[in-house]
Design a protein around this ligand. Structure first.
Ligand SMILES: NC(=O)c1ccc[n+]([C@@H]2O[C@H](COP(=O)([O-])OP(=O)(O)OC[C@H]3O[C@@H](n4cnc5c(N)ncnc54)[C@H](OP(=O)(O)O)[C@@H]3O)[C@@H](O)[C@H]2O)c1
Length: 377
């Protein structure tokens, strides 16, 4: 018995010891806090470094961050000192949750210093040699890492995940696009206030109200969707050739972006696409099955049959916040089909997306050149 316990203890100890040490840039913000929450018991990654602006550096994380999540701030992280946002002394795997303006300057600095930068910001999403990746959708685009000069010089590189409203749309569209083709996409979003960071939209502007404008969001949603659904050809991605129009609105919801989507299908199937065809495409979409990535949901696109679902409060946490819920599939009077999609904007749409990207990178051995001798248990 004692020997078994000792073996168990040794295995647990080895597993802890062999986690990848990671750093979080922008650790005090909305997305940074989600990283800390989601990584607290992560089997492969351990938070070893947190950094933010000059306003926060030098303070303990507990002093610097206004913790907004509904699970307690982990004590170990609360005691950590917030570092300056400088690659010196930082771990070689960086989750970045910075505003785009500052990300544009800092992310390449970390990549050039040999870090794998797994970013949430929009700064480099549309840059030709930077992969914009959702593991279930376009894992092959990660090859673009090898096109980055920093990769050859120091081993470092940048990988991005999409905007929080894009990710729900693309997860719902991909199973349909690969079976039937898509020619036109029309989407209207109802986006949660946490998507604007903290403190975000003033309460006087959003309570009992809808704001029909989110700066730059429609353009990002349109461009990113076509890059994600595009094909890696040679050294670049050719975007999907489809017409797309996005309307983005901010609504008084805490977490969870809802989207009303209409689509015109292509003719890949060679016959009329039925409702059952689309439901089967969503149900059978499990591209990561068997890969054992800890954050990947078993069912990435979950169907809900009730007429009044999905709803943010009831459905955003499906698949631990990593599943996209679809419902209300019905014929569209303008295009072919219409439906509703919902995703958790700070989990699937931000921190969870980046963690899943890093898990994919680890499983492909693309973290090993930046971090030596880590043996995953
Ligand atoms: N919220 C979402 O749903 C969501 C979804 C997808 C993507 N994103 C993207 O993720 C990024 C972060 O969003 P957020 O909502 O977490 O924003 P946020 O709450 O405003 O947090 C911003 C973070 O950046 C830090 N920061 C600001 N200026 C800095 C500087 N000069 N040097 C170093 N750190 C600096 C802040 O540190 P201090 O606390 O010290 O100021 C804070 O930690 C953005 O690019 C956003 O577009 C957000």
């Amino acid at each position: 018995m004692a020997a078994v316990l000792l073996l168990l203890y040794t295995e647990v100890f080895m597993a802890m010891k062999n986690k990848y040490p990671i750093g979080i840039l922008g650790a005090t913000g909305m997305v940074g806090q989600r990283f800390i929450q989601l990584l607290e018991r992560h089997p492969w990654f351990e938070v070893a470094w947190v950094a933010a602006s000059d306003r926060s550096s030098g303070k303990t994380y507990g002093e610097a961050a206004k913790w907004r999540l509904d699970t307690p701030l982990p004590e170990r992280v609360a005691k950590m000192t917030v570092a300056a946002a400088d690659p010196k002394g930082a771990p070689k795997i960086i989750f970045a949750a910075l505003d785009a303006g500052i990300a544009r300057e800092l992310e390449p600095r970390f990549a050039n210093a040999g870090c794998a930068v797994v970013s949430n910001s929009s700064a480099y999403r549309m840059t030709a040699n930077v992969p914009l990746v959702i593991p279930e959708i376009n894992a092959d685009h990660l090859h673009l890492i090898e096109e980055q000069p920093s990769r050859k010089e120091t081993g470092g590189y940048m990988v991005t995940n999409p905007n929080c409203s894009t990710i729900g749309l693309v997860m719902a569209l991909k199973p349909i696009e690969e079976r039937f083709g898509i020619e036109k996409i029309f989407v209207t979003t109802m986006q949660a206030i946490s998507g604007a960071g903290y403190p975000g939209v003033p309460s006087m502007d959003i309570l009992g109200n809808v704001v029909p404008y989110i700066g730059g969001e429609e353009e990002k949603m349109e461009a990113e969707t076509l890059k994600l659904l595009g094909k890696l050809e040679g050294h670049a991605v050719t975007p999907l050739k489809a017409a797309i129009s996005a309307h983005c609105n901010r609504v008084a919801v805490e977490d969870g972006h809802t989207e009303s989507v209409s689509i015109k299908l292509g003719n890949k199937l060679g016959r009329k696409v039925t409702r059952e065809d689309i439901l089967a495409a969503w149900a059978e979409f499990r591209p990561l099955a068997g890969q054992k990535l800890p954050t990947a949901p078993d069912q990435p696109v979950e169907w809900t049959a009730e007429n009044d679902r999905p709803q943010p409060r009831l459905d955003r946490n499906r698949g631990n916040g990593m599943a996209v819920t679809v419902g209300r599939l019905r014929p569209c009077g303008l295009l072919d089909w219409k439906f509703t999609a919902l995703s958790h904007n700070t989990i699937r749409g931000a921190a969870g997306a980046a963690i899943l990207n890093a898990e994919l990178l680890a499983s492909l051995g693309k973290l090993e050149p930046v971090v030596e001798t880590v043996v995953r248990s």
